[in-house]
Design a binder for this molecule. Sequence first.
Ligand code: X2X
Length: 360
Amino acid sequence: MRNRTRGLLRGFGCVAAVMALLVLHIPAGEAAGFKKEYRLQVNVGPSFYWGMGATKFAELVAEKTDGRIHVKPYFGSALLQGAQLNAAQMVARGVIDCAFESTINISPVIGEANIFHLPFFINSFENLDKLKAGQTGAAVFGAMERVGLKPLAWGENGFRQVTNSKRPIETPDDLKGLRIRVVGNPLFMETFRQMGADPVNMNWGDAQTAFQQGVVEGQENPVGVLIPVQIWQYHQYVTMWNYLVDPLIIYWNKRQWEDFPADIQKAILSAAEEAGRFEIALSRSGLDGDISQNMLKNEFNFNMEVPEPVQFMGSKKMTVTFLSDTQVAAFAEATAPVFNKWAQALGADLMDKAKADMAP
Ligand code: X2X
């Protein structure tokens, strides 16, 4: 008898809960204690490969959590009024929930990330992949955990190339006096100053206006940025010098992450890994033989609008310059003082890990 009463009461309880949900229109996720929206910081716009990766991540999270977790990308650093270098700090403090962000923009909080930005150090996708999978990647992820960030997966903005409106850049001398926009990370200012250029730092949001108005004569970014921003409208010359690389990391506020149930963590992690793989393939398309193009077609059933970025820039009447090994060596020599200073700041331990990871 008592059991029956309890059963009945339980039955009423369930009905009441369902009715409350119906009346209040509470989505399933919120009823389970999740936020209505998880805000994702992204420095660029949705048409960039990086932005497309962020959209993919949000879609996959919705799919893999059966709509319980809603990630919304805020493009163009809208949550930071454009201050891209504040991204990691804001996620660590929990002001922003998560980010799909550049290692350059994380470097004010995670100094270790500058290992990727030493001039003329990591010059191939193969080396980059070895670093990410090796002790170096583990050191960067470990440093993130220590400041309250939960790294989920790698993405890629890509190897950064220099463009300008004046002349082909083939030697360090060609950069003399050129006013070049760089990101506000001191390593970038110092590298360009060392080569004799006149670097100015500004946020990406302001940089695009600066190109339009001719306030700067050059800039450096990977092809996944050069193409959507239609750099040929401002700069006729691009040098494909792979001088440093800019991986992206998908990361979450650690405290919030740890409060998620295990099945949600698993679903988001798998979404991050898949979105990262997709986005890396977009960024490498046409630059790694047919590896990334095939992956996009076969794994993601995705056809790119511009599968061959180098040819495409040529078709826009850009002069595309590739450097010989000797020419690259001249740039490496010219920037050696900056390299040495920053390698010292990064520490022998991390430098040794990176060298060991890249060893053939
Ligand atoms: O600011 C840049 O140049 C950009 C878009 O590449 C980054 O966010 C690092």
